[in-house]
Design a binder for this molecule. Sequence first.
Ligand code: ADP
Length: 252
Amino acid sequence: LTILKIGGAVLQDEAALSAALQFFTGMPGQKILVHGGGRKASDISRRLGIAPQMHEGRRLTDAATLEVVTMVYAGLENKRLVAQLQHMGTNAIGLSGADANIILSEKRKHTTVDYGFAGDVISVQKAPLQALLGAGLAPVCCAITHDGQGQLLNTNADTIAAVLAAGLAADYHVDLLYCFEQPGVMEDLSRPDSLIQELRPDSYARYRAAGVIAGGMLPKLDNAFRAVNAGARKALIADLEGLRNGGGTTIR
Ligand code: ADP
């Protein structure tokens, strides 16, 4: 089973997105696509007069922002990806975490930062996912979850990919692929030749303390380590070129 998460910059670029979806279509075996749509959500938020607010790569989701991310992730982006995949011959089915109760989460507690309607995942229901995969469908999961009490919650898409990988690791050989616009985790974002080929918990801690790794890369790496610790066979962070040709940063 391969779980491919596509990043915001890829989603925003028609040519890059099309290439990523072609790659997904060409992947052998069972597969799940995961996406957010943060850049589009920020864009539409601003157009509605709601200033996007982030903290350590995570969005602060007040009630108005929850409306925007639900419309953008579970609506526009999810359905546009499903339609494009159908066009390419992949029998995709779009899902939020509320659908078939696949991802149950709880509202993040207000500590020093109030993340608002941000959901931390409690559980993954693997039976409906297995049924869909077994029927030859490719689930396309967006970054909206629910709390089981009727409340939708915004959950980081990298987290969704990782919890699905962790939840399915006992039943499948899971490869978790994070596709974004950089060659991988970089020592210096301005130097394309500074790819870090492999990260382990100790080197991650060092790079993090040195400020080399920041922003949206923090939740991405925390999640990649979480998936590997939970039994995923492999986690890779790369651009499409790296995914095709064995490049990128491998998480161990
Ligand atoms: P996504 O594209 O998957 O939605 P984010 O935009 O949240 O992910 O996170 C990816 C971003 O993390 C990159 O675009 C980059 O700006 C940032 N980043 C911070 N540190 C690094 C690093 N050392 N290597 C690569 N990217 C980094």
